[in-house]
Design a protein around this ligand. Sequence first.
Ligand SMILES: Cc1cc2nc3c(=O)[nH]c(=O)nc-3n(C[C@H](O)[C@H](O)[C@H](O)COP(=O)(O)OP(=O)(O)OC[C@H]3O[C@@H](n4cnc5c(N)ncnc54)[C@H](O)[C@@H]3O)c2cc1C
Length: 259
Amino acid sequence: MRIVVLLKAVPVVGNEKLVDGWRVDRSAGLEANGNDEYVLEAGLKLIEQHGGELVTLTMCPTPAMEAIRKALAMGAARAVHVQDPALAGSDTLATGLVLSAALRKLEYDLVFAGADTSDGQGGIVGAAVASRLGLPYLSYAARIEPDPGAGTVRVRRISATGYDVIEAPMPAFVAGTQLLGEPRYPSLRGIMQARQKEIASWTLADVGVEPSSVGSAASQTEVDSATPPPPRGGATVVREAPEVAAERIVEFLASRRLV
Ligand SMILES: Cc1cc2nc3c(=O)[nH]c(=O)nc-3n(C[C@H](O)[C@H](O)[C@H](O)COP(=O)(O)OP(=O)(O)OC[C@H]3O[C@@H](n4cnc5c(N)ncnc54)[C@H](O)[C@@H]3O)c2cc1C
């Protein structure tokens, strides 16, 4: 089984900041996107079960070593980092273009992505990549069950009414949720082994994408403005004994027609 996990390097949660032109400030350090660690975990378990190789793929105009090294320490076999100064300012369509071009150079049965990211939160890059590559797209996965013999993958998908079970031929693209299960912590051995693992650095030329197709100039969307959310209203703290507190909470919710 060959799995590629799309792993985005995002600003450390809590440190997100915008700089000129409404760009995400990446100078204070990057970490692996939380949701991507859940699909990585699911992928690692599948490799343990079926054998094969899991590779991570990251597009980031700046170095993203911490995020990539953590994925390698968790168990990914190797990593590919598409890094090129021309990528700065790329919107979702441009990101989808580059990731799909990189995937054309890799071999896979399954491509995994997180549901969304903690910085951009678009939740669309996976679908953009799958559609460019003509891959079946299985989203909101809570369980992923490939059948290598039959060449199919079955996904338990969160739906409005519970779960759907959907099946597609491989190669396929799966966007996963946190219901896939908690990511493992890298072991000391994993951290040591990660130092020896390959991190391939690819440029736009390596993936066959013209610099003029990406970056701010080529992006079809533009951030007009961005404002921080309004401060939260004061919280109501209930300190009574549990049975009284329960009544207070129900009264509070009922007063807002929430129960
Ligand atoms: C006008 C505009 C300008 C922008 N300019 C910049 C800029 O200058 N610098 C900048 O850093 N960002 C910029 N962005 C944001 C950038 O386009 C997004 O970071 C990118 O498209 C990913 O979108 P997202 O974070 O919403 O991912 P989502 O769609 O929420 O991601 C879903 C999943 O796709 C995968 N994925 C997403 N992005 C990547 C990636 N890069 N590598 C690997 N896997 C990935 C992950 O598995 C992720 O969980 C800009 C966006 C717009 C609209």
